[in-house]
Write a protein that binds this ligand. Structure first.
Ligand code: GLA
Length: 409
């Protein structure tokens, strides 16, 4: 095993101004090859980690995501006809389609292109945009790793089309449009967290959100007191195919059950642990466990948000640990790799807490760590993980970014 400091160069994990410039350069170069040059406008939207509040957004609960400095860039220009052509710098061929052939639902053959096409479809139906566009995408977020690459693609496309066509949507309206595209067009019944985190992200701040409403507030995160280390298990997951929609359905069923037996509520997260305990004996045990995660996670996020406001990162970290245990035991969205990597992190003195991030089922976890302790934590976690699975995990320390918007070249 190479040392953490040696490995870093190998994985090239640092996000710097240079790496953003490299992304934009790669878009420019690709666009010269496929579009023959010509002016493009450039936009960026970030990925996110969620500090605490796992799988609560679609049950009307509270969440606390934080936009990261990694994300998706696009170079985009409108066309005179309704053709839409999409390239990714990492993929050899384009996704090409006429706007008139883009209906209400994504075609599986479009792959990642379904995200931008779903956004275009909303601009077409809701804002009368009829012309197509050419776009080249590049990103420094691992796809499908739990850092919300899909929401970043949606949001960056929406910001681009909003600007090109002068539609005048606010960041929250962009997030809502992107969320609708993912739910209806792509068919993943996700909550609103990822699109809001990407569209409203501010550098160095977590977004505390009440998904009922929604209402939100930016809460400062103090990088001098705590750093966020992303730990990528390198185990892939596919959100749509991974049981996510099944969890959404189970929560809806649990809400219906509690609404009949306790009191009518439009959201599962509005029930208390005492409400749930009062019907435990008559409830399906699987639905009971799903609901127990939701109602107890609401308590953890309340405690976690208070801890963040007080900059008490040890108290916040304890909520991350408890959240991970609940998502693993009651919600069944963890996996061996995520359990091992978070356990290994917790063994380190410098770690305040650790949990999976995103939907789970593989992908990334996060650890809250003391500033300057990255090497020590990486060393220890890598060793344990490598001994167990024979592959090294990847790491990324979050840095303050620019938030979403247009990027000048
Ligand atoms: C995915 C979904 C989000 C949220 C998280 C789990 O990222 O897109 O809406 O449900 O999982 O917290």
């Amino acid at each position: 095993m190479p040392l953490a400091s040696e490995r870093r160069g190998q994985f090239d994990d640092e996000v710097t101004d240079d790496s953003r410039t490299r992304l934009l350069d790669s878009i420019e170069q690709r666009s010269r090859e496929v579009l023959g040059g010509g002016p493009l406008r450039y936009f960026f939207a970030p990925g996110r980690v969620n500090l605490v509040g796992a799988h609560l957004d679609y049950s009307g609960g509270d969440v606390m995501p934080m936009a990261i400095d990694r994300g998706i860039c696009v170079g985009i220009r409108p066309r005179a006809d309704d053709r839409i052509r999409l390239w990714s710098v990492d993929q050899p061929s384009a996704v090409e389609v006429n706007g008139s052939d883009v209906g209400d639902f994504a075609d599986p053959s479009w792959g990642w292109g379904s995200y931008p096409l779903g956004i275009w479809r909303r601009f077409c139906c809701d804002h009368g945009v009829r012309v197509g566009f050419d776009a080249v995408f590049a990103g420094d977020l691992a796809m499908a790793s739990g850092l919300s690459s899909s929401a970043a693609i949606e949001v960056v496309t929406a910001i681009g089309l909003n600007t090109l066509h002068d539609v005048g949507l606010s960041p929250a309206e962009i997030a809502d449009l992107a969320h609708r595209a993912e739910n209806e067009f792509v068919g993943v019944r996700c909550g609103i967290m990822d699109q809001y985190a990407s569209a409203l992200g501010e550098p160095g701040k977590a977004l505390w959100m009440r998904c009922q409403g929604p209402r939100w507030e930016h809460v400062p995160f103090d990088p001098a007191a705590c750093e966020v280390l992303v730990m990528d298990t390198v185990r892939p997951r596919t959100l749509a195919a991974s049981g996510f929609n099944e969890r959404v359905e189970q929560c809806a069923e649990a809400r219906r059950f509690l609404s009949e037996r306790v009191r009518p509520e439009p959201h599962l997260a509005s029930f208390s642990p005492a409400d749930l305990e009062s019907v435990k004996s008559s409830m399906d045990p699987l639905l009971y466990r799903r609901a127990r995660h939701v109602v107890t996670e609401m308590e953890r996020i309340a405690t976690g948000a208070a801890a963040l406001r007080a900059h008490d990162y040890a108290a916040l970290g304890a909520q991350l640990d408890a959240s991970h245990r609940s998502t693993a035991a009651d919600y069944d969205v963890s996996c061996e790799e995520l359990d091992v990597i978070t356990d290994a992190a917790r063994q380190c003195d410098a770690v305040f807490g650790a949990r999976l991030t995103g939907a789970g089922f593989g992908g990334c976890a996060i650890a809250l760590i003391g500033p300057g302790c990255r090497d020590v934590v990486e060393e220890r976690v890598s060793q344990v993980f490598f001994d167990r699975f024979g592959v090294p995990p990847r790491f990324d320390l979050l840095r303050l970014g620019d938030g979403p918007g247009e990027v000048q070249r």
